[in-house]
Write a protein that binds this ligand. Structure first.
Ligand code: ADP
Ligand code: TRP
Length: 320
């Protein structure tokens, strides 16, 4: 099964991103033919300056490689290194009714949040359709906010196929249902825009400081603690199997330890979980040539498929 997903690079990654997006993605490459790219053309719609966009793109490449994207298994590239996608975007525009784009929630949400209402922002779903259709994608794992974009992709593909012949595969979306919303240090959904995130690549002291900021109740030491509804427990539970969850519950109930102990324990869990990723990240950060090489190889593989597909598209619609 060919599975494709685009990554919006937008700065530092946190535990919510890790459990909600990166871990499931890395698992996909074990069973499927995974295509993953950093969607820097899309990021341009909300980018403020060149340096930041460059930095975010490179950071995302390093972080995803460190967290387990394996370039021997996964085709991994930067969107703008395969410019065929922009050609398909234009072609697909012809098959995109204005009404379809006018109904897009994501566009309205972004404008409501203050992102300038540009044509690029408006036609963002057409570029996403091009990303998906260019590679004969069968499945697109997305967050809930992106489901509509995959549905629009199908509508555009159906319209093309009806008018010019069955050239495009109709993609299905999948949503990672079992991944719950990861809470932040205040118990709300972890998000970089809420200032409640625990970033993935803090140093050990900073990580402990961040864990110490987790909001907990003020039961005095010596009394049994409630694990249900405790933010420290809820985050720690993400790392634990059933047996270890039980053990932690018992520690809460015993009254022998206070929240400070559990914050230390949580820091250890996070630190351990990311040990290998941290090591790889240090390696890649000091071997940027290798990162660039991996991205170039990925683009080459992706481009070979993209240019073959575009030849068929041009022929089908009469571009000589
Ligand atoms: P943020 O809210 O920090 O801006 P993004 O919207 O950039 O995060 O999310 C990128 C990916 O990480 C998405 O696939 C999203 O579903 C996932 N994700 C982000 N925050 C969480 C969270 N708190 N719990 C689960 N998944 C999350
Ligand atoms: N729009 C997606 C997001 O914000 C990123 C993206 C771009 C994407 N192109 C894609 C996701 C193609 C899946 C398939 O998360």
């Amino acid at each position: 099964m060919r599975v494709l997903t685009g990554i919006q690079a937008s700065g530092k990654l946190h535990l919510g991103n890790y459990f909600g997006a990166m871990k499931p993605m890395v698992q996909l490459q074990e069973q499927h033919e995974l295509f993953t790219f950093i969607a820097n053309y899309h990021s341009l719609t909300s980018s403020k300056d060149a340096q930041t966009l460059k930095q975010y793109t490179i950071d995302a490449a390093v972080d995803y490689l460190s967290l387990g994207i394996d370039p021997d298994k996964t085709t991994f590239w930067v969107q703008s290194h395969v410019p065929e996608v922009l050609e398909l975007y234009w072609v697909l525009s012809k098959f995109t009714p204005m009404g379809l784009l006018e109904r897009a929630h994501s566009y309205k949400d972004k404008v409501a949040k203050g992102i300038p209402a540009s044509h690029a922002l408006f036609s963002y779903p057409v570029l996403m359709a091009a990303d998906i259709l260019l590679f004969d994608t069968q499945r697109v794992p997305v967050g809930k906010d992106q489901i509509q974009h995959v549905e629009m992709t199908r509508d555009i593909a159906i319209k093309f196929n009806n008018e010019y012949g069955e050239l495009f595969v109709l993609p299905e979306h999948t949503v990672q249902e079992e991944v719950a919303t990861i809470p932040g240090i205040d118990g709300q959904k972890m998000s970089k825009s809420y200032g409640n995130a625990i970033d993935l690549f803090l140093d050990e002291r900073e990580l402990q400081k961040r864990c110490n900021k987790i909001v907990s109740s003020s039961t005095p030491l010596g009394e049994a603690l409630e694990y249900e509804g405790c933010n420290i427990y809820n985050i720690a539970a993400l790392f634990l199997n059933d047996e270890h969850k039980k053990e932690l519950q018992e520690r809460y109930k015993s009254g022998k330890e206070g929240y400070g102990h559990f914050k230390k324990y949580l820091k250890e869990l996070i630190w351990e979980e990311l040990a290998e990723a941290r090591e790889k990240r240090e390696y890649y950060l000091s071997h940027m040539d290798e990162v660039n090489d991996i991205l170039a190889q990925g683009a080459k593989k992706a481009r070979a498929i993209a240019s073959g597909k575009m030849e068929k598209v041009r022929d089908a619609i009469g571009l000589i």
